[in-house]
Design a protein around this ligand. Sequence first.
Ligand code: ADP
Length: 226
Amino acid sequence: MIQFEKVSKIYPPSGVALKDVSFKITQGEFVSLIGKSGAGKSTLLELFLREEFPSEGRVLFQGEDIHQIKDSLLPDFRRKVGAVFQDYKLLQNKSAYENVAYVMEVMGANEEDIVRDVSEVLEIVGLLDRAHHYPAQLSGGEKQRVAIARALIHRPDVIIADEPTGNLDPYHTRDIIGLLVKINELGTTIILATHNKEVINRLGKRVLTLEGGALMRDEERGKFMI
Ligand code: ADP
């Protein structure tokens, strides 16, 4: 489903962010990405989100080189890949409901579909009762739930989560990771970049370890070693 083929990323003049990285992820996997600060985790995710282009190698998604996708087909790619970040990236002047609905409005969806789909994803993340709260009225964990609902709105095949628990206490961290596990069990592939040792060790799922831009380990049931 996702394949990195000998991918390198160099930021001139001499910054090597990724070195000859190759791996495959199949549909339905839950894969964590770990490594010290500067190891290349964000660069890897940015390449997959098509925010950056590789210096060498290819990134394939469902058999297609994502850096060769025609502009006319980009919206289709964007709908298949949801993303969640440490800082939530919510619009402060919109309620939880409106933050999610907005994504459909800009795509030109009709009101009836918006009401149905937004309610459905808010229910999945357990936030129906907070639908009309603004970000400032929500806890960190709830804000991340809104961001996850927004990432789910187009029923993506994969969700990229870049340090989604970075600003959360242990209770909300477990809560958000539990939600990602539930979404994964419903069939969505998850790629989770994290620094959190407990998260990795409790998950007991596949772990890719980056060191200095190189993929040092790829373990089926990884433990946090660094
Ligand atoms: P991580 O997410 O694991 O902390 P990054 O992917 O952010 O690592 O960074 C990997 C390396 O690439 C670092 O040495 C970083 O300084 C460098 N790097 C990342 N983005 C840029 C950029 N836009 N310009 C120059 N160097 C960058």
